[in-house]
Design a protein. Sequence first.
Length: 255
Amino acid sequence: MRKYVRLIPLLFLPLLLSYVFVVLPNMLLRKILPLSYRYRSLRFVIAILYAGLRIDLRVQNPEVNRTTKDAFIVCNHHSFIDPFLIIHLFPHPVRFLAKKEVRRLALFGDATASIDALFINRKSIKSQITLLKSMKVMLEARKTNWVVFPEGTRNREFYSQPLLPFKPGAFKQAMEAKVDILPMVTYGFQRVLDKKLHWKKYPVQIAFLKPITPAMYEGLSTREVAELVQAQMQAESDKLVVEDQRLRVELGQTV
């Protein structure tokens, strides 16, 4: 609770001003303002907010996120603010495929909607088919990055099992559109809002793996690709867990 007492006054006013002067106008003027402008303004807001979260960010292969423009990014999912971390990392626009419940979240739903996220109704087959077809068309256009969380939900057991099983269907549109699949692994971001932890610095690690090109997954099924990507990401996640122990010692923090 002490953490939230510190964060509320620190973040409340910036969040309120950001919503009124950035997120809401971007939402209302989506058909007028280009995605590049809306995305850039949201990244600016996120950069300000992150300054108050005491994050010690360690990125492996940072040139990947700086130059990637039209990839299908798959990332593990620990925190409900993971999308904001991804937006913070990628200067070129990223769009998200998320469950419709995310759209109802105050601020977070509007923020992701303001950069043209697609919100899927998992109870409606018709809705899923329509949105996934739209996503495939936009992947083929190669104008933005797309992000999915192939675990399908947030993993709340991140200390004992970093990755949940991947859903093969998450890869179908990317494979049909024949775009690069970029695996991305995160670790540590879940602790930033953990009310039990009161650290001066929170180590957050990001690892970008080598892209999986269409030539590499040609002839494979979605299940085989899901298993391939998960194996690579799990191996990297295991390394991040070990490195996290060293970083905590370096920063003088304990769990």
